[in-house]
Design a protein. Sequence first.
Length: 225
Amino acid sequence: MFAGIASIVLTYYAFFYLHDEIFPNVVQGDFIFLVLFGVMVTSLLLFFIQKINEANDKLQALAYLDPLTGAANRLLLKEKFNFLKTTKIQSIALVFIDMNGFKTVNDTYGHEMGDQLLEEIASRLKSEVRDTDLLCRLGGDEFVILFTNLDNENLDIVKNRIQSNLETPVFLNQQTINVSASIGTYYTTDISQAVLETMLKEADKAMYKAKGRDLQYEGAAVPLS
């Protein structure tokens, strides 16, 4: 935009003050056509710049976001984690979430319903994160949330709140589906020594321990009606 305006101003200056040197064969009455030409060229440039930016945004979304849920993917999780290690934060926590009985939903209603359920789960999880946090879908029905600056007490509060949120029945296609999740966490204040893969493995182990306790709810995703 600024380049276009500058181009028109320069054209005005050159036409009226350097007319004999630059536009010796152009009468001053034709100045309006030069201005219109400059506006047209500027408009075309802005249009192409907008399209290029839109294409770049789409490519970035494909590179960093899960196409189904809009949550981050592993690549963005890794980049965010590495970036946080360069900032002044007090703690990093991972919350590892695995849905219970998700296979039952797919087997009962089909994968389309399963995808809709994942979208709803992701929407609920997004409501639990701050702007500084990051929700990531690892794949299937597994999600991870990257938190910063939480102490152990607040992390437990957040974990319990997420668990309660995910246990609220989901209504899809005139069906009521009970869902639940097994959740594991890993927390560290040793930011400089934190390793993402190690933290993921530890949070995954904690999740499987929780799943062992939650096995009595494994059938909770069967339809109620």
